[in-house]
Design a protein around this ligand. Sequence first.
Ligand code: SF4
Length: 679
Amino acid sequence: MRTTCPYCGVGCQVEPRLKEGRIVEVRGAEIPPNHGALCVKGRFGLDFPFSGKRLLYPMVRERKGAPLRRATWEEALDFAARRLLEVLGRRGPEALAVFPSAKTTNEEVYLAQKLARALLGTNHVDHCSRLCHSSSTAALSRSLGGASMTNPLEDIWKTDLFLVVGSNTTETHPVIGAMIKKRVRQGAQMIVVDPRYTGMAEASTLWLRVRPGTDLFLLNAMARFILEEGLWDRAYVEARTEGFAEWRASLEAYTLEEAERITGVEKEKIALAARLYATTERAGTYWAMGLTQHTKGTATVQALVNLALLTGKVGKEGAGLNPLRGQNNVQGAGDMGALPDVLPGYWKVADQEARRRFEALWATPLNPDPGLRMTEVYEAIPEVEAIYLIGEDPVTSEPHQDHLKAKLERLPFLIVQDILENETTPFADVVLPAASFLEEDGTFTNTDRRVQRVRKILDPPGEARPDWWITRELGKRLAQALGRPWSLHPGPEAIWEEIRQAVPEMVGGITYRRLEGEGVRWPCPQEDHPGEAVLFRQRFNTPSGKARFIPVHFTPPAETPSEEYPLVLSTGRVLYHWHGGTLSRNSRLQEAYPELKVEVNPKDAGRLGIHDGEIIQVVSRRGRIRARAWVTDRTPEGVVYAPFHFAEAPANRLTLDALDPTSRIPEYKVAAVRLEKLD
Ligand code: SF4
């Protein structure tokens, strides 16, 4: 049976073959988006549902300090509802937060945010995109009025130049990486902006090795050069944009000479990149965490948006602005309203007209004040007294781990709903065991807005239940106590039907029946609509219909190297593992990549007497971890690179919790560290 890969946002269609209840083989389905291709995660990493770490029954902790004990579903849900209602009654909705998961289905995200808003009255609703593409969402929304890839993946075959900024695509979105590399072999050019020599840098026709955290300067300098040389698209700028004059004036300081000094990239290379990008009609931009996870993440994405508008690259085939979304359903989680300022379909909670639509559908008044973002919610503990956390492991994925743990210790009430035990489970007061992607029906929306089916192939183990069932049952108890309406949907398709009603302009034309074939891309307002491939062909989704230039300026990272901490730590991912490691490290992938390896440049290693394969300590102002050194010039001199998947050696013990002022994303890509040899 065909279903959707639960790892990255490519959304590959997979066909797992089972024997005696176990996966023996996984094939890629011969339909979009992957056309038979799979990466190592999809092919060998789908066996985590059979891990011995599965949560098999509900558990409750009667009081702080007491152990978690096994409970019935009835008991656990009653206990959870009673504690949430107690906080609500005593402190009001602002003391409650709900974090739906970008790993769960659209139906489950929709229901969880509905529970938060319609029953608990809180807009403290958020999900893990706060930690990955919230900067992209902020910049794209304010400039274009929409936060998603503007172009479909099949446009890769029409693209003549790729501008790939801060994306290790071959490891994090491997099937897309392979598509782009194939297109380059067919003759397209590729400019890669990255401090590391990634697989994309290796395949590039021009690699700009920027210093970490300096991309914004480079992008602004490219824009200034394009203007100076008269290479910009005057007709496009005049017809389709606003704010140009003010933005143009803001670029005065971004000369090529200054850009070379700040970024470390030769000015001739910057000029060449600018010229190539401006003069290639079908030039598509792709980016990921290397650009977004900075205290100036929103400003940096904005610089990329400004560059694309200047050269008329948005609203055209084979071009566009394409943030590569990380999790399997992170696009869907945003679409379904798992954000503190928007309802499903990105309708603003502060907009009275928008609220009326949902108040009518949910038959309850809604809170008009945008809520706190995820990173702010953790900071607000213990004023925030209760969190309903679904499919997340913040202890591994949030920055400055020791600080977060101290916050969780002080949190009066935490519900953890997950499929596997992880580093956050020990902090839970209630543990609710969920079904995995193999054990339930629903839909995920991939990185290019394609809604695809998830199909039940197995029954959940033990007493685990689908997330939608758990949220529905918890909601039933809250609704009964509060005297509010709450729909008892019989299953995911019924929830999807409510979503179609809630946001008809987005997914009104997408039915489960249509999804029996290929997935369908939104916006798709009617059942005979094919789904929109390229966004913004005629107008942008702003009040004026024009895209906005917004001036942005370079600022240094929050923490820069010092005598005591002379190196820059950048964190990220490797091909074999996925985010906090809860899934991939409980699969066969663990055998292929069992431990943390920290990349150290040979010059730094030589200076410190560190040998390849040696166990060293990485130390920041916030803590220290042990890791195996991988001496390699993939990482530039002065920089060390550590993936964050390894709970026993958590890179996020080292990172700092400095946040972007707009998106509140943490600065995962730059922290000051030193390396120590073990005695
Ligand atoms: Fe799964 Fe992404 Fe790999 Fe495709 S590219 S198989 S969606 S992890």
